[in-house]
Design a protein around this ligand. Structure first.
Ligand code: TYM
Length: 332
């Protein structure tokens, strides 16, 4: 009998994986399989809310799967799949759109940010995106959804939609909890440390990718924006650049802020910044190299995503049948 609690998360393969997604999400997933029944997917359906190059999207999706495995997600212990392979996501997504309010969607920060950035393409999918995300989650009845800070609002909306649905039809959905790491939940741009590190950062020096070679990583950290002081001290408001670097260093080394302050006491930023680069590389370089190796074995990747879609589809279908019955659709 499987008594394990369930956990689910996804990342959009809209570009290369960033250090933000790694520290805010994937890094914390690797050790969870022993305790939880884990589902992780490539959220490819979400990416097309913004125009994508089709060949790039396919490449990023497979690279992301290879990176998941390289980060320690063993496909025998975790269900790894591609969102568009499990058609129940789109189906439940539609149903849940009918239970998500216009006002709720209008308040979503990600919608506001993305519609400001892509004014030429504010499409219905971009607006309804959180309903699809709610479907992604609720199909698997998870207890926890491990995400970075920026996705908390979407998980909260998911809970509201699930409660609304349960209120009408009885206990159909388990109400999931967001699971946010204490360190690394909000990695900021190295160039604009007041905004989130993101692959869409106009200044690419601000964003570190898992794929970056050693020289690029070191260069980006050496150029990181700091402040006019010289002391390494944690102060999010007053010293956003240094605090961000401290958070990255803490997440990569497991050290506390006090330990870091002591380690760099009397030493300047000139010593601290490359040390952060080295700490990052000690974590990301092995992943990068392993992902490249795995990526060459297309047959293996295909076997992983096919098995993943089968397992995910089986669970997702159980929830979808229940939902269809509750809302009154005639069974086929
Ligand atoms: P996405 O693809 O933007 O980001 C993937 C994960 O990485 C986290 N993250 C960060 N954490 C810390 N600092 C950062 N700078 C940073 N940037 C990204 C995100 O919080 C997220 O956990 N809508 C989701 C994808 C999704 C999903 C889901 C997630 C679709 N369906 C169901 C969980 C459950 C998104 O756009 O994440």
């Amino acid at each position: 009998m499987d008594e394990k609690k369930v956990l689910l998360s996804g990342i959009q393969p809209s570009g290369d994986l960033t250090l933000g997604s790694y520290l805010g999400a994937i890094k914390n997933w690797a050790d969870l399989a022993k305790e939880f029944d884990c589902y992780y997917f490539m959220a490819d359906m979400h990416t097309i809310t913004v125009r994508q190059n089709p060949a790039e999207l396919r490449r990023h999706t497979l690279e992301q799967l290879a990176s998941y495995i390289a980060c320690g997600l063993d496909p025998n212990e975790n269900t790894l799949f591609i969102q568009s392979h499990v058609h129940q996501h789109a189906e439940l997504g539609w149903v849940l759109q009918c239970y998500t309010m216009f006002g709720e969607l209008s308040r979503m920060t990600q919608f506001k940010d993305k519609s400001a950035k892509h004014q030429e393409n504010i499409n219905a999918g971009l607006f309804a995106y959180p309903s699809l995300m709610a479907a992604d989650i609720l199909l698997y009845q998870p207890d926890y959804v491990p995400v970075g800070e920026d996705q908390k609002q979407h998980v909260e909306l998911t809970r509201d939609v699930a409660n609304r649905f349960n209120g009408l039809y009885g206990d159909v959905f388990k109400i999931p909890e967001p699971y946010i790491p204490k360190v690394g939940a909000r990695v900021m741009s190295l160039q604009t440390p007041t905004s989130k590190m993101s692959k869409s950062d106009p200044d690419q020096n601000g964003c570190v990718y898992l794929k970056d070679d050693n020289d690029t990583v070191m260069r980006k950290f050496k150029r990181a924006v700091t402040d006019s002081e010289t002391c390494v001290r944690y102060d999010r408001e007053g010293k956003p650049g240094i605090s961000n670097l401290m958070e990255i260093y803490a997440a990569c080394t497991g050290k506390t802020y006090e330990e870091i302050q002591r380690e760099f006491d009397g030493k300047g930023y000139g010593e601290f910044k490359p040390a952060v680069g080295e700490a990052v590389l000690s974590v990301t370089a092995p992943i990068r190299d392993e992902a490249q190796r795995i990526l060459k074995d297309k047959a293996y990747l295909e076997s992983v995503y096919k098995a993943g879609a089968e397992k995910a589809g089986y669970i997702a279908n159980k929830t979808l049948r229940k939902v269809y019955k509750k809302v009154g659709f005639v069974a086929r």
